[in-house]
Design a protein around this ligand. Structure first.
Ligand code: GLN
Length: 476
């Protein structure tokens, strides 16, 4: 698919129209319904908006940065007057009463929102097998998972069912599905993008970010959605850069590689080889790649699962059968409203995590688990900051494996959690990270390479990503 900029040029030249484009996507979505990428398509509305945008262009009015861009949103991002369910039964029938800031900002720049995409329930998962509305299929191989939790968003871009999508990333939910589906996935720095209107999973980790076919499109989307928002006190005041205008990278980069990441147990050999080949190409191109010892790899998953489940247990307390969403028909009094509605409304993984989070926060265990994990988080931040004093980027695989088959990891939660080993670091320390489709396995499955930069260095990260994608000779 062409870049958004090229598409907008063809709109201005009259070679295509917003309406034709939406119509094409709608047909394509219909033909690909088996992928289960969308939970709902806003067909009539998208067509009407497209027609209004075509008129706007015809009248010669000023057009927005996302003019005509057809975008899908993960089903945990609120859009006023539209359903949102976080792929959970507990939010069945719930309609958003306000729009997320990211949605407002995209609409203000003339985007067209085409539908909401399937995901793991409350964004908890790495395979999309935890959706109450069935799994999403990887368009590369329908017997394989698309990754998670933003699997529907990844597939909507992979299969050409929209130009771009917004997902959320708490521990890898944008980057890992991007890696499994062969698209670009960017998790911005914590505080770069407003979380207002994002259904919270773990608030100190969550960030919204784009899935695209091109780095340039990711830069454009970030430019639109990033920035201070008075509705989210954790958003930064730092100015948003014109990321799209500064995508050239003409100097020598210093890149850190943690040898531990390439030795780690469970790393698929092809993923290791692909990463080594990229490193070799970088060195040949004159960049400096240095091995840096990182003693914390084994602590990442435990710290992540303690802290995020603790936050989730508190965030998800609001789904009680009283305020909104599902209420058990068998409930008879206050206690049964709570108990039965939550028991019936939440899926297994969500319940596991609420219980784990409640446990690690409980009086007797708080210091043993939660406080210690917070200390690990602090140590990691200090450590990573020190690395960025000397290096521009950290490079590692996005995921230890390529897309696995349905059911392959469902009976082994630890193995499933370990699939997040390379992605949770960026969320633990709040730095930006991107997954780039730079390689493929012998079977033709995509392999994502992950790059991280220091906090709020998105511009540098995107510029180097663009450079890598331009020189890409997909490693086979
Ligand atoms: N797979 C991770 C988890 O299950 C990441 C989820 C996410 O980033 N939302 O928690």
């Amino acid at each position: 698919m062409e870049t958004l900029r090229a598409y907008q040029q063809s709109l201005r030249n009259g070679e295509t129209s917003c309406r034709d484009t939406v119509q094409k996507f709608l047909t394509h979505i219909q033909e690909n319904r088996h992928l289960n990428a969308y939970l709902e398509v806003f067909a009539d509305e998208a067509l009407a908006r497209a027609a209004a945008l075509d008129d706007k262009l015809a009248r010669g009015e000023k057009t927005g940065k996302l003019f005509g861009a057809v975008i899908s949103i993960k089903d945990n991002i609120c859009y006023r007057g539209h359903r949102v369910s976080a792929a959970s039964k507990i939010l069945e029938g719930f309609t958003s009463v306000y729009s997320a800031t990211v949605v407002e900002r995209m609409l203000a720049e003339d985007a067209i929102i085409i539908g909401r995409t399937n995901c793991d329930e409350f964004a908890m998962g790495s395979s999309n097998e935890n959706s109450a509305y069935g799994p999403v299929l990887n368009a590369c191989d329908n017997s394989r998972v698309p990754g998670g939790s933003s699997g529907g968003s990844a597939v909507s871009v992979q299969a050409g069912l929209c130009h771009a999508s917004l997902g959320s990333d708490t521990g890898g939910s944008i980057r890992q599905p991007a890696s499994f589906c062969g698209v670009v996935g960017l998790k911005p720095s914590y505080g770069r993008v407003s979380r207002y209107g994002l259904i919270a999973y773990a608030s100190s980790f969550d960030q919204i970010g784009p899935f695209t076919q091109h780095v340039e499109d990711a830069a454009l989307l970030l430019e639109v959605i990033a920035g201070k928002d008075r509705m989210d006190a954790t958003t930064s005041l730092r100015p948003v850069m014109p990321y799209t205008e500064k995508l050239q990278f003409n100097r020598r980069a210093r890149i850190a590689v943690f040898p531990e990441t390439l030795r780690s147990e469970g790393l698929q050999e092809e993923v290791r080889q692909a990463t080594l080949q990229i490193i070799e190409q970088l060195e040949l191109a004159g960049h400096i790649v240095e091995e840096v010892d990182f003693a914390w790899l084994d602590y990442l998953i435990p710290a992540y699962y303690i802290l995020t489940t603790a936050e989730a247990s508190s965030n998800l307390a609001r789904y009680d059968g009283v305020h909104y969403g599902y209420r058990s028909p068998d409930a008879t009094d206050m206690e049964t409203i709570y108990k039965k509605s939550r028991t019936e409304g939440f899926g297994k993984e969500v319940k596991n995590r609420i219980m784990l989070g409640t446990f690690v926060l409980s009086a007797g265990y708080y210091d043993a688990y939660y406080s210690r994990a917070q200390k690990v988080r602090r140590l990691l931040s200090d450590n990573i900051s020190a690395i960025f004093q000397k290096h521009d980027f950290i490079l590692m695989p996005t995921s230890p494996c390529t897309a696995f088959r349905f059911g392959e990891k469902t009976n082994n939660p630890v193995e499933m959690y370990l699939a997040d080993i390379y992605t949770v670091l960026a969320n633990l320390v709040g730095i930006p990270a991107i997954s780039l489709p730079l390689a493929r396995s012998a079977e033709g499955l995509p392999i994502g390479i992950q790059l991280m930069a220091d906090s709020f260095q998105e511009q540098k990260l995107l510029a180097f990503s663009s450079y890598l994608m331009q020189r890409r000779q997909v490693v086979q």
